[in-house]
Design a protein around this ligand. Structure first.
Ligand code: FPP
Length: 260
């Protein structure tokens, strides 16, 4: 995606930290950045607040991450908002998250239009409460004409469930005689994943210091560079994001080959 260098400079022009931008190589940007937003609960608990306050604060970080991605010229930003395992949380927390997803999405539609962002979802949306489902459909419809960055929200998403779903679909096609099982290859499987048509993530950022993939994009992250930030998600800022991209640029990606 084209970077507006003037806007980028302005966006990162604050105090001494602005100097970090000088090290950024705009010719080596990740195309797809994925984020596991973790630590909302701990952020809240450390302040003597309800966990839900952490999720509410996390919305601000997410809004900033969307804008940062656009300023950096990222093609795809994908974030893990709710996993297939998150249904096991206390009902009031699940209810709050579902409501927060719906209200936030509606409130942020003007930002998505202003920044030419197109929404996409990974996961089984049919299991979501009606309000959330309908707002998501509205978000998809409303932003489908935008041709800038793709912003993908993984909601009721689990990578194993995604792979099972893809396997079932290919099996159905084979059973129906549409497809010879011997012809199944990686590309065909990828077309059945929620990420169909998108480049694989180049950079995975996880906040709050945990060293896990937590069933997120297992297939797609095969060659991604991993960056773990110690910050809780509500504290994760544009500077942390920039730091992650700089770390990415310092790595030597080999894709299983040998060093250049
Ligand atoms: C992980 O923190 C965070 C989540 C499960 C929810 C992520 C949701 C948001 C950032 C809110 C806004 C999202 C959208 C899409 C509007 P945790 O609760 O697992 O934290 P902990 O590990 O400290 O308990």
């Amino acid at each position: 995606m084209q970077v507006d260098e003037e806007k980028l400079r302005q966006y990162f022009s604050r105090g001494d930290e602005g100097a970090k931008l000088g090290s950024l190589d705009l010719s080596r940007m990740p195309r797809h950045v994925s984020i596991i937003m973790d630590g909302n609960g701990r952020w809240a608990q450390e302040r003597g607040l309800e966990r839900s306050a952490g999720h509410v604060a996390g919305v601000d970080s997410l809004r900033e991450a969307v804008t940062t991605s656009v300023r950096l010229g990222i093609d795809v930003l994908s974030v893990y908002a709710f996993s297939t395992e998150n249904w096991n949380r206390p009902q009031h927390e699940v209810d709050l998250l579902m409501h927060l997803f719906a209200t936030t999405l509606l409130e942020e539609l003007p930002l998505f239009h202003q920044e030419n962002v197109r929404l996409r979802f990974f996961g089984d949306l049919t299991a979501l409460p009606k309000e959330t489902f309908e707002v998501f459909q509205e978000g998809l419809r409303s932003t489908q004409g935008n041709d800038g960055m793709v912003f993908a929200l993984a909601v009721n998403y689990g990578s194993r469930a995604e792979l099972v779903r893809a396997a079932r679909e290919l099996a159905r096609m084979s059973a129906g005689g549409e497809l010879d099982p011997n012809d199944i290859d990686s590309r065909m499987l990828e077309e059945k994943l929620y990420t169909a048509g998108l480049p694989d993530p180049d950079l995975l950022i996880r906040s709050s210091g945990e060293l896990r993939l937590s069933n997120f994009l297992l297939w797609q992250l095969a060659y991604a560079e991993l960056y773990v930030s110690e910050r809780y998600w509500p504290d994760f800022s544009r500077w942390d994001y920039l730091q992650a991209v700089l770390a990415y640029q310092s790595r030597n990606r080999r894709f299983g080959g040998i060093s250049a």
